[in-house]
Write a protein of this length. Sequence first.
Length: 116
Amino acid sequence: QVQLVESGGGLVQAGGSLRVSCAASGSTASINAMGWYRLGTGKQRELVASITRGGTTNYADSVKGRFSISRDNAKNTMYLQMNSLQPEDTAVYYCYATHPYHGNYWGQGTQVTVSS
């Protein structure tokens, strides 16, 4: 089993920055890819960014150049640095971790609100 706990969400003005974190515990040695989804009100779930254990990253077009995903395997923690935030980035951000045998684990979500 893997437990994921997000932190770092909050309220920020447009143009500002936030960093959200996702701390993993449990059977973390088997985790492969990790990443972030977001769900905004009235919107479809969107894969924001992902990162493999080796550090290969992938971003949604909507956040390229503004968001940066990273992970510290020694600390079992993943980060999403969000810059130049816009109101359309407002959403609940969920981290996930992919286990080769158990599928995806999910965090509880952290709210990011960007005011105009």
